[in-house]
Ligand binder design. Structure first.
Ligand code: ATP
Length: 282
């Protein structure tokens, strides 16, 4: 399958600081790929390079089959959407007026405005001025704008950082639907549960370097210590090895009707990140 994004040995320096060092990864069409890292690890810098807002210092970067620098071109801008901190909305205009302006820019039918507002659960607030919106609402308007033209590729920089759980859930459902109709999604986050809920694959970024890459399930398997926790009806917990010898113990407990719950001990993505880098994701 075609790689929608292909990054090899990407390097970016700001004056003396090396923000990205030899970063390589690729993303296939239809994937939801999570770029996970703490503040300052280089996530936004990567998005900016992929979307031609920043020039790289080294390496090769292909997006939608072309050098990332080509993403500046108008015909390419219509092929992807970006959600970043910088909303670029007109604060004196209403939510709806902002989206109408954008729909005209991209020659979209007016119906695309309602569709996008429904997507972010904001149709009832469409007449509100952007200057009067909360941070979370502003983020939802920006998200509506980034998906209005049904892009092939969507870049989301911390998409739910300002949202409450209800709206986060709403956005997750919307993103899955968008993905089902073929949009490839590249998202950055430092929220591990967000990555687990949404992403087919994730990359851990730390100090400008990729430390691990894979599906959340594979990474958990790879970093699992292969132990099992057995909870008995008296409330006691027993951590045992996942092998034949220990299985006998489990069988005995089961025979005596003492077993309450049994589960494999898997590390969370946060545990794996800590194991690899010695630091937290926040
Ligand atoms: N324009 C710039 N000039 C100088 N240094 C920069 C610039 N942009 C980013 N950096 C530096 O590059 C590093 C990576 O920054 P980046 O914004 O990509 O991190 P991030 O992972 O997106 O962090 P956050 O989660 O806080 O947004 C940081 O050390 C930052 O200070």
């Amino acid at each position: 399958m075609m790689n929608v994004i292909d990054v090899q040995h990407l390097q970016k320096s700001f004056q003396k600081e090396e923000a990205l060092q030899d970063v390589s990864f690729s993303i296939k069409k239809g994937e939801i790929f999570g770029f996970l890292g703490p503040s300052g690890s280089g996530k936004t810098t990567t998005i900016k390079i992929l979307t031609a807002q920043l020039t790289r210092s080294g390496g090769s970067v292909f997006v939608l089959g072309q050098d990332a620098e080509e993403m500046k071109k108008t015909e390419n801008r219509a092929r992807f959407g970006i959600l970043t901190d910088n909303s670029g909305l007109y604060s004196r205009l209403s939510v709806e007026e902002n989206l109408l302006l954008y729909s005209k820019l991209y020659n979209l039918p007016t119906s695309s405005v309602k569709e996008a507002l429904d997507f972010v659960n904001l149709y009832k607030d469409r007449k509100k001025k952007v200057s009067k919106l909360s941070k979370g609402m502003t983020q939802r308007v920006t998200l509506a704008r980034s998906i209005m033209h049904k892009p092939e590729l969507l870049f989301l920089d911390e998409p739910t950082s300002a949202l409450d759980p209800v709206n986060t859930h709403h956005i997750y459902n919307g993103l899955r639907k968008l993905n089902e109709i073929g949009t490839t999604i590249f998202l950055t986050t430092h929220d591990m549960s967000e990555a687990e809920t949404l992403c087919n694959r994730v990359a851990f970024l730390h100090k400008g370097k990729i430390r691990a890459i894979g599906s959340p399930q594979d990474l958990k398997k790879q970093f699992s210590d292969d132990t099992i926790t057995v909870e008995l009806v008296d409330g006691s917990e027993h951590c045992i090895e996942n092998n034949r010898k220990e299985a006998k113990k489990v069988y005995e407990w089961m025979n005596q009707g003492l077993l309450s719950r049994i589960y494999r001990n898997e590390p969370t993505l946060g545990d794996i990140f800590m194991q690899l880098t010695g630091s937290d994701l926040i």
